[in-house]
Design a protein around this ligand. Structure first.
Ligand SMILES: [Zn+2]
Length: 470
């Protein structure tokens, strides 16, 4: 079966033909390649003798996607077996093309299609039925998979809207042909892309959930932040109820933790590890102990050491990418009321907290120049501290309730804060975003009369605590 379309020249002038051919050659456009014809495979997936884990997984996803559309199973082979068929080279670059970060390309070359990108050099065997053999989702390059997903979506018409086969949309057909799709790209969101699945997932098979996260190109390359100051408690607050965490206890140093005489909120770890005790949710930002502690913790994690109790033990530095260690206090405003903290907090809470983070970042950088820190612009640190210089290598993740941007006052405030960060800091450091897209969150309390809008959907606590924007 002929799988090429010839291009008729519109002019009989031979000079014109050659000029036109000169422009067409580099892109080799207008060729449709038949992958399956009348449910019979007319192509093979070639992965080479030593495919990366990503290339193996990508080949299996490609085989499965094409089978969904046509019912035909294209063979996966180490080397080309049938020169009459189209060869889809997965994880094998065209013309020695090289990649960095999450770059990948799709190249059509005569009867070959190349789908390849930068993969972590990991060659463990993948079994499509066993999720623990799949390539990792985070701190790992698997751009060959991205090339395959782009190919399945753009050339074959698949859309991954939700879990499993029922969430995968395509047009079933007996014959599948694809048109030239020549591109080289990388995900535009370079630091991380992480959908936050909240709520019960028990009705979803774990494999389907994992596949969806792969198909949505999830990854953390660097810089993701969340609340993570808890490990210091297991060493300097008290013995945790967990055996392993109890074993790292050193001594009680109450001066490291927030002093409060009123509105004493306990840390979110209190219920789990210190049942029945009051455990301050925040640290004292006036003493040096916690500064030294977190700088040392970052250095240990960077070196790949096991540090019991850290929230993000698997952080890694990827090649050609800076390393950021997260630092973010607990999720409330029960800040320290000691005389030093109180005075500075009353002046500018955001500046005071960022000054402490500056100190941790500077200390860690002294220990190891490869360590950078990342923190949140969130709650009392939402606004950019105008009167202090942030540490040069500090990255800031700006949190925004864009689900509420329909409300003009919330939009004005949050968008204003965001633009201010970008205007003053966008060229100095990496800025990233955490977006509450389908979760109105606590900012809902700022909308007068919000109970009428959201009474059916929000937990009782949100409905009780509304107040007006001052
Ligand atoms: Zn204090």
């Amino acid at each position: 079966m002929k799988s090429y379309k010839t291009i008729p020249f519109p002019c009989s002038s031979s000079v014109f033909k050659w000029v036109l051919l000169f422009f067409l050659l580099p892109v080799q456009a207008y060729c449709d390649l038949i992958l399956v014809e009348n449910k019979i495979p007319k192509s093979e997936i070639v992965i080479g003798a030593s495919p990366t884990r990503s290339a193996q997984f990508a080949a299996l996803e490609l085989q499965y996607g094409i089978k969904l559309i046509t019912g035909a199973e294209i063979p996966i082979v180490a080397a080309p077996k049938n020169s009459d068929t189209v060869q889809i080279m997965v994880g094998i670059p065209s013309d020695g093309e090289t990649f960095k970060h999450e770059e990948y390309s799709i190249r059509f070359r005569e009867k070959k299609i190349y789908l390849a990108g930068n993969d972590t050099p990991d060659f463990k065997k993948v079994n499509y039925t066993k999720t623990d053999t799949f390539p990792p989702l985070q701190y790992y390059y698997r751009a060959s998979c991205f090339a395959v997903y782009d190919f399945l979506e753009k050339a074959c018409g698949i859309r991954y809207y939700s879990y499993g086969d029922t969430g995968t949309v395509f047009t079933p057909r007996k014959t599948l042909s694809v048109s030239n799709l020549d591109c080289r790209r990388a995900p535009a969101m370079k630091a991380f892309r992480v959908p936050y699945f909240e709520g019960p997932q028990s009705h979803i098979p774990p494999r389907d959930l994992l596949l969806l996260r792969h198909r949505w190109r999830e990854n953390i390359v660097c810089g993701l932040v969340n609340h993570n100051i808890y490990s210091i408690y297991y060493r300097y607050w008290g013995k945790a109820t967990d055996k392993q965490l109890a074993s790292v206890f050193i001594e009680h140093r109450p001066e490291y933790f927030a002093q409060r005489s009123e509105d004493r909120r306990s840390s979110r770890i209190a219920q789990r590890y210190y049942a029945g005790q009051y455990v301050p949710s925040q640290l004292c930002y006036a003493v040096d102990g916690p500064v030294d502690y977190f700088a040392d913790e970052a250095n240990k994690v960077y070196q790949g050491k096991k540090v019991p109790g850290v929230r993000f033990p698997d952080l890694k530095k990827l090649p050609d990418t800076p390393f950021y260690y997260p630092i973010q206090p607990d999720d409330d405003t029960s800040v320290c009321q000691c005389s030093q903290c109180k005075e500075k907090m009353e002046k500018d809470r955001s500046a005071y907290l960022f000054s402490w983070i500056n100190k941790v970042a500077a200390k860690a950088h002294k220990l190891n120049p490869d360590i950078n820190f990342a923190t949140l612009a969130y709650d009392i640190t939402s606004t950019r501290p105008a009167d202090i210089e942030l540490y040069p290598e500090l990255s800031v993740q700006i949190c925004m309730d864009i689900a509420l941007w329909f409300h003009p006052l919330i939009y004005k405030r949050q968008h204003g804060i965001y633009k201010d960060w970008v205007r003053h800091e966008g060229k100095k450091r990496m800025l990233s975003c955490w977006l509450y897209m389908l979760d109105p969150g606590s900012a809902i309390r700022q909308i007068p009369g919000q109970t009428r809008f959201f009474s059916c959907h929000l937990p009782q606590t949100y409905r009780k605590n509304h107040h007006r924007i001052p």
